[in-house]
Design a protein around this ligand. Structure first.
Ligand SMILES: Nc1ncnc2c1ncn2[C@@H]1O[C@H](COP(=O)(O)OP(=O)(O)OP(=O)(O)O)[C@@H](O)[C@H]1O
Ligand SMILES: O=C(O)C1=C[C@@H](O)[C@@H](O)[C@H](O)C1
Ligand SMILES: [Mg+2]
Length: 160
């Protein structure tokens, strides 16, 4: 959360003139409800089921940039679909930056806790090995603007 998947993904898609799709937005559009509402009514398990269905469908498409939700990595079926069908980039971001970038936003149910720092730290410990396992490239986002990270990714992929 707050790594820049949505921001950087959209910029890469614009530069390539590919479609940009954010799996969180796609889930909201298909469900007709926002993410906090889905978490409230169906719990995280219900949200994860919707997320897997959307990732299964979107990873069949070509020439798109797909930004996933930060927790998509938790399911083996998502990891397999993303790695086999796409080029996966892990936007590596320290918790301090995540806290700054998510501070003003109420739309992330997992961060609606008295101690978001502890939550983000626990999630990073759990997820970082999985991000590394699935990623084809690892890109630090701490010291560069979203725009510069987008350009750097295109260079690394040989697309610019
Ligand atoms: N490299 C960067 N430097 C500074 N700010 C950034 C950078 N990348 C993203 N941001 C800012 O951080 C905020 C969160 O970014 P964004 O919503 O793209 O993250 P995300 O990875 O999609 O998060 P989530 O998993 O919650 O969907 C945005 O306001 C964005 O402009
Ligand atoms: O890190 C997570 O588990 C999440 C990140 C968001 O993108 C959303 O997918 C949702 O809020 C869960
Ligand atoms: Mg996002």
């Amino acid at each position: 959360m707050g790594a820049g998947k949505t921001t950087i993904g959209r910029q890469i898609a614009e530069l390539l003139r590919w479609d940009f799709i954010d799996s969180d937005h796609e889930i909201e559009a298909r469900t007709g409800a926002n993410i906090p509402w889905i978490f409230d009514i169906e719990g995280e398990t219900g949200f994860r089921q919707r997320e897997s269905m959307v990732i299964e469908a979107l990873t069949q498409r070509q020439h798109i940039v797909l930004a996933t939700g930060g927790g998509a990595i938790m399911r083996a079926e998502n990891r397999a679909a993303l790695h086999a069908r796409g080029t996966v980039i892990y936007l590596e971001t320290p918790v301090e930056r995540q806290l700054e970038r998510t501070a003003r936003d109420q739309n992330r149910p997992l961060l609606q806790t008295p101690d978001p720092r502890a939550k983000l730290t626990a999630l990073l410990i759990e997820r970082d090995p999985l991000y590394r396992e699935v990623a084809h490239y690892i890109m630090p986002t701490e010291r560069s603007s979203a725009r510069d990270v987008a350009f750097h990714i295109l260079q690394v992929l040989g697309l610019r």
